[in-house]
Write a protein that binds this ligand. Structure first.
Ligand SMILES: Cc1cc2nc3c(=O)[nH]c(=O)nc-3n(C[C@H](O)[C@H](O)[C@H](O)COP(=O)(O)O)c2cc1C
Length: 218
C-alpha cells in the first residue's frame, strides 16, 4: 500500500462534528454581527470548546503569497476584532505593507466556523503598552529580545535571560514593537454545520452604518 493510500484511508470518514449539533435560524439573527459573534462565542465557552479565542489570521505576504497563523483574540467591540503581536514580526511587517486581513474561527464541537475580512489598524501607544504589561514575563522577554520567526542560531536564548533580568529590575518596561492590531470587519460570515449536510451560511456585509445580510449556498 502506498503512503498516500494510507493517508487517504486515515482521512476518509474521519468524524468532523458530533452527532448532534446546535440549531441555527438565520431569520432570528440580530442586525449586527458583533451581537451574534458574542452569542456564538459564549455558547462555545459553555460547550467547553478548547481555546475558542484562538483564531487563524491570514495576511498578504511581502512576496504577494498568502500567509497564515493562529493568534489569540484579545478583544472584540464596535471597532473590530483585536489581536496582539510584534510589529517587527513577519505578520507585523506584512500588515504595515498591506493593512488588511482575514480571521477564521473553527469550533468543531459546535459545527461552527466564523470568517471575518477587513482592514487593519494599529493600537495607540497606551493600548499597546497595557496589553504588553498583561503578558507573562517570559512572553514579554521574548518580545523584548525581538527575534520572532528568525532562524535560531545558538542556544535558543539570544538575550532572553538578559531581558528577563531587565524586567525583574523594572516591571514597567514595554516593547515599542508590541502592537494591538484591530480588524474592522467588512464582512462576517457565520457557518453552521447540519447533520444532513444542509449547512447554513449567513454573511453580514457592511453597508455604511448598517449591515446587509445574505444567505450563501453551502
Ligand atoms: C494557540 C496559539 C496562539 C498564539 N497566539 C499568538 C498571539 O496572540 N500573538 C502572536 O504573535 N503569536 C501567537 N502565536 C504564534 C503564531 O502562530 C506564530 O507562530 C508567530 O506569531 C509568528 O508568526 P509570523 O512569523 O507570521 O509573524 C500563537 C500560536 C498558537 C498555536
Amino acid at each position: 500500500m502506498s503512503e498516500s493510500e494510507t493517508a487517504r484511508d486515515l482521512l476518509r470518514n474521519m468524524p468532523v462534528f458530533p452527532p448532534t449539533l446546535a440549531g441555527f435560524d438565520p431569520e432570528a439573527t440580530p442586525d449586527n454581527p458583533l451581537e451574534l459573534f458574542l452569542a456564538w462565542l459564549s455558547q462555545a465557552v459553555d460547550a467547553g470548546v478548547l481555546a475558542p479565542h484562538a483564531v487563524n489570521l491570514a495576511t498578504i505576504g511581502l512576496d504577494g503569497m498568502p500567509d497564515a497563523r493562529i493568534v489569540i483574540l484579545k478583544d472584540v467591540g464596535q471597532r473590530g476584532f483585536s489581536f496582539a503581536s510584534s510589529s517587527a514580526s513577519p505578520k507585523g511587517r506584512q500588515l504595515q505593507d498591506s493593512p488588511s486581513a482575514a480571521l477564521t474561527f473553527f469550533w468543531p464541537a459546535m459545527g461552527r466556523q466564523i470568517r471575518i475580512r477587513g482592514s487593519v489598524s494599529e493600537g495607540q501607544t497606551a493600548e499597546n503598552a497595557q496589553d504588553f504589561r498583561r503578558r507573562n514575563p517570559v512572553a514579554r522577554a521574548l518580545v523584548l529580545a525581538g527575534r520572532q520567526s528568525e532562524v535560531m542560531m545558538g542556544s535558543g536564548d539570544d538575550g532572553v535571560q538578559e531581558q528577563l533580568a531587565r524586567l525583574d529590575a523594572d516591571d514597567e518596561i514595554v516593547s515599542a514593537d508590541w502592537t494591538v492590531f484591530t480588524v474592522a470587519a467588512e464582512t462576517v460570515e457565520f457557518w453552521q454545520a447540519d447533520t444532513n449536510r444542509r449547512h447554513t451560511r449567513l454573511r453580514y456585509s457592511r453597508a455604511g452604518r448598517r449591515w446587509d445580510k445574505d444567505l450563501l449556498w453551502p
